[in-house]
Structure formats: structure tokens, C-alpha cells
Design a protein around this ligand. Sequence first.
Ligand code: GLA
Length: 388
Amino acid sequence: MTHDDIAAQAAADFRSQFGRAADGVWSAPGRVNLIGEHTDYNEGFVLPFAIDRRTWAAVGLRDDNTARVTSTFSDDEVEIGLSTVGPEQLEGWSAYPLGIAWALGQNGVELAEQHGFDAHIASDVPVGAGLSSSAAIECAVAIALDERWQLGIDRPTLARVGQLAENEAVGAPTGIMDQSASLLGRRDSAVFLDCRSLRSEIVDLGFAAAGLAIVIIDTKVSHSHATGGYAARRASCEAGAAALGVESLRDVGVADLDRAREIMDDETFRRVRHVVTENARVLATVRTLRESGPLAIGEILDASHVSMRDDFEISVAELDLAVVAAREAGAIGARMTGGGFGGAAIALTPLALIDEVTARVGEAFAQAGYTAPEIFTVTPSDGAKREL
Ligand code: GLA
């Protein structure tokens, strides 16, 4: 189905489920992070882009205090009373859309009578691939409610609302990157975001003009940021910052690493070194894209993967194999993307070599006895918008 067809179908499904027309259909994309991993919650730099995989929310206001949500990925209809709902009552997929309503309430929106709504969600962002299917739901619902409730909230603030929903309603202690990419993304471009000031700039990627594409290798190794490793990495970063006497690792530069090595244990030091060097790599990527174009960023992507593999230790064998096989088949740079512990790798690949990369990675996985990966390309696309 084309994206226009999915939007129209979402409106039709809303009508058949709720017995009336939706007020409109809004959509928001998933994202790929080009570089800048685990830097967002350290108030550092990230460079994600919105992708051509989206989530659609058909939304209609009600004249009572009830919110009902349905979706194409579950048979459940979930219904809540808006003024009484707390994050602890939300669970499963409905925590994403309903968590946004709750988080808007935390942001000062009066969720009294007449703020009820019905919403139907459809999506073609793969779930569990590390492409932020969750942020896509949150951002589609956030811009829909912002418009229909006539809130006029700016997009950086809406990103914060999405992050609050993710942190409290879903329970994943994630940063601000995914929602920012989904809300601020622009066709053919990446979002260069300073996660301290929340100032952002659009950076031209020029992949197509340079004859390049981003190949996604979804390893099918599932991950969850609501448990385990993600929170542990975050805690190590906080411990490293505390040992150095700074508010966050944003305040630590490459020149401070010698001192850092002396005052903390080796593991914490390596976590710190990843974040500090990754911030420098984001800045180097932006500079290189502007001065020389995307053909020149391959080595920086490779170095980022090595740092995540060896220092931050968030890669898995499948991701490492995907990166090596893609590079051997001619990708100019490759790295795992997103939070890690599974999910996807990206390979910046000459258009003429996409088939070769796809074949070689598939063969390498088969030889290693791993589950077959899903391999496809994505295009840097526009952020959240109204569709119908
Ligand atoms: C996940 C989180 C983001 C970010 C990345 C790692 O995608 O949702 O906030 O921390 O991991 O860069």
C-alpha cells in the first residue's frame, strides 16, 4: 500500500470502529540515527534523520472525558477516563498514544471534561528494529492533539512531551533524540540536535545526489530499553560525570580523558570515553557533510561502531557481523544504530552495491547460523505532519 492509501485506510477504519468520521489523519515517521549514540541523555549531540516508514493517527474529539484507542497491530480497544488516568494504569501498545494525553496534562493542559478523543493507529515502521516505532506513534498523536486541542505547542516542547510519555507511561529511561527526529525531520536531511539547549539545525545529507543509500540490516534480535542494559549504561554515564564533578558528560572533552582514566574504574572510563568521543564524531560528521559530502563520512561511522562495540559494549554478535559483511561487500561505512542490544545496523552503500551488500550479509548470517536478517533501504524524509 502507498502511504496515501494507508492514510485513507486509517480514516476508513476509524469510521467503521467509532461510527463517525475522524477530524483528520496525522502522521509521524520512525528514525535512523546516523551518528551520536547514547549521547542524548548526556546532553550531547545527535544526528538522526526521519525515515520513509511512518505511523498514522486518525483522531476525532469527543464531547466527554473518555479516550479510546484502536490500532492495526492489536484487536484490543483500550478506553480510559482522561482526568483520572496515571502512567501506572497504562500498559502495552496503548501506553504510547494514551501516554501522550497524560504527558500533555503534565505539561499544563487541563484534561477536564470535553477533552476526550477517539484515535485509530496504523503503522509501517517495523516494531523492535530500533527504528523508533514508539516515537512515531507518540509524535503522530502529539501533533494531532496539539492541533485539535488548539494548544500551539512548539515542536521541541512536543518532543519533551513524547519523551515524558516514553519515560513514565512506557517506563523506558530514554533521551530526547527519537521524538526530535520524528517531529523535526526534513526530506534529504538530518536533524543536528544539541540535546542540552534543544537547538537544532537541518543538515543536508545529499545521499541520492552522491549515489548512496542507507541500507538497514534488521538483525531481528529483539531489545527493550525498559529493562537492563540501557538503564545500566545511563547509570554508568551519571557515575562518570559525578566522579569528574560535572553536571553531565557534555562538559567533558577529549582532553579530559587522561584525568578521567585515573579517577574511575576501567569500565566506567570506557563508558565515558564512548560518549565523549561520540560527541566529537557527531561534530566531525556535520563538518564533513558540509565540507566534503556524504562520501567522506564512512570512517567516522566505522569508528562509532567500534566505540559502541568495545567501549560502551552495547553491540551484539549479529550487529558486528552485519557491519563487517556490509563493509566487505562495499559499503563505505557501517554501524549499529539506536540503543543497542539488538535492533538494526545501517550501512552507507553505493546504489550499485545494494544487492551485493544484501546478498553478502544474508550469506554471512546463514553461515553463522543466525536468524535471517531483514534488509531494506530507507530515505531521509519529512517529519510529523497532517495528512488528511
Ligand atoms: C534509544 C533511545 C534514545 C537514545 C538511543 C541511543 O533509541 O530512545 O533516546 O538514547 O537509544 O542513542
